[in-house]
Design a protein around this ligand. Structure first.
Ligand code: SF4
Length: 466
């Protein structure tokens, strides 16, 4: 049984995509690490399948360059990224641990016109010296920033856990045996991966990154990069809701939200504002928390902040309980189905994030483990079959608004579960996970992050402008 930490589901990184940006970035770092003992004067990178079809819009080429330069996506100042990329593009030089080599991204990053049989998101890296191949590695970016190769698989995969969880039913059995909440068993599992004090630090870092991301999104207007001329909307919504456009610091902004009116419509708009803010930042290659992907990174912060601002917030420990519960649901979908849009369409991104958020919210609002799983099931049930059709290959249309919709559905699902009886529910979470996987396998490839179907197909004029 595969062991996955919730901190593999929630990762701090930069936008716009976990499978097309963070995964390739990580693969490039793994490749340069494997080259440490080799001499080479050229590196060629081959991108296959969905990575090739939407890689330009998803900044896969830029991510590969940053990875080959061995930058860490978690710590790189995102404002430095444009100058680092243009430095390589203008000089055609790449600094590596073995010296500076000639590297022209337009010559040495190959967008291949085919799919590789290993995975829809496959990369091949080749290093050579004077025309002779010295090293070749094949990687698959399998969604959510997870990368697999013949030599390395997912993080922490073989750690033995006190509560090994494969299915939703395992969660029910463990929580009934121990008479505890989902987050309690996840906490004990996480202690098999890392020390308790580190876990607390990681939760703090996730919360800080989510909050800062929403704040920055609410402070920034203008047009998103990429050529579609999508205007940012979070700042305008924030202004509409508070009557104030600029804040001198984040605390002032938080106080303004707390003081703003709380009608149904206004709270509903705040939820959209939080989600749009994150995904506008994500589309700008800024720092976000992958949860479980970057395209869907706005759903969980939007629902978490809905809880923080508009429910009976029970303090920082509630954030841990929310994220642990949500993260474990993400693990279930990764094990039983997929969190990769190139494999399962947008149901695997927005659908999974909505299911995660619904469970997290239900736990902190006092729901039982069964109710949390019921909320998760309801949220996914109404995302089944959702296709991935990003216009111009950019993570903007329909992606940004889709996060607002995923957040609203999560809250509705949680409310239904909190008022419902899970023992009489017709559909169980494990059934909906299997159904999502079946649907993924039946889905036409046009709708799996290729921009060959749906809105992307019907808006060719817009694509031509990019
Ligand atoms: S349509 Fe959905 S799955 Fe596809 S890139 Fe956008 S958010 Fe991700």
């Amino acid at each position: 049984m595969e062991s996955i930490s919730v901190f593999d589901i929630f990762k701090i990184g930069v936008g716009p995509s976990s499978s097309h940006t963070l995964g390739p970035w990580k693969a490039a770092r793994m490749f340069v690490s494997s080259l440490k003992a080799s001499s080479f004067d050229r590196i060629n990178v081959h991108l296959y399948g969905s990575l090739s079809k939407t890689g330009k819009g998803h900044a896969t080429d830029k991510a590969v360059i940053l990875g080959l330069l061995d930058y860490n996506a978690e710590t790189i100042p995102s404002k430095d990224i444009p100058s680092i990329i243009s430095g390589v593009e203008n000089s055609n030089q790449l600094d590596t641990a073995r010296g500076t080599i000639f590297f022209d991204p337009s010559l040495h990053i190959h967008f291949e016109d085919s799919f590789h049989n290993r995975h829809p998101n496959t990369l091949i890296f080749r290093a050579s010296l004077e025309g002779r191949l010295v090293c070749e590695e094949i990687y698959a970016s399998v969604g959510g920033g997870f990368v697999e190769s013949d030599r390395a698989t997912n993080e922490s995969k073989h750690i033995s856990l006190p509560f090994p969880i494969e299915k939703g039913q395992d969660i029910i059995e463990f929580t009934e045996q121990k008479k505890c909440a989902i987050s309690d068993i996840v906490q004990l599992n996480e202690q098999a991966f890392d020390a308790a004090e580190n876990i607390e630090d990681k939760i703090d870092a996730l919360l800080e990154t989510m909050l800062e991301c929403v704040y920055q999104g609410c402070m920034t207007d203008g047009v998103l990069p990429g050529g579609l001329n999508v205007r940012r909307r979070a700042k305008g919504l924030c202004y509409e809701l508070t009557g104030k456009a600029n804040y001198s610091n984040r605390d002032e902004w938080i106080d303004a939200i707390k003081a703003s009116p709380r009608t149904f419509n206004q709270i509903n708009k705040w939820i959209s504002c939080f989600a749009l803010a994150v995904n506008e930042e994500n589309a700008s290659l800024s720092r976000v928390v992958t949860s479980p992907t970057n395209g869907a990174a706005g759903v969980i912060p939007a629902v978490l902040l809905y809880y923080f601002f508009f429910c009976d917030y029970a303090g920082k420990d509630a954030v841990r309980r929310f994220l642990f519960t949500a993260g474990e649901i993400g693990c279930l979908f990764k094990k039983g189905a997929t969190i990769s849009a190139a494999v399962g369409g947008c149901q695997a991104e927005i659908g999974v994030s909505s299911a995660m958020a619904a469970a997290g919210l239900t736990e902190v609002l006092g729901g039982t483990a069964k109710q949390a799983l019921m909320a998760s099931e309801i949220a996914m049930e109404h995302h089944l079959g959702l296709t991935c059709d990003p216009v111009a290959g950019l993570v903007q249309v329909p992606c940004i608004e889709r996060n607002a919709m995923g957040a609203i559905k999560a809250i509705t699902a949680s409310n239904l579960a909190l008022s419902g009886n899970p023992d009489t529910a017709i559909v169980k979470l494990d059934t909906v996970i299997k159904t999502m996987w079946d649907t993924a396998q039946d889905m036409n490839g046009k709708y799996k992050e290729t921009s060959e179907g749906g809105l992307a197909f019907n808006l060719p004029v817009l694509m031509a402008n990019c």
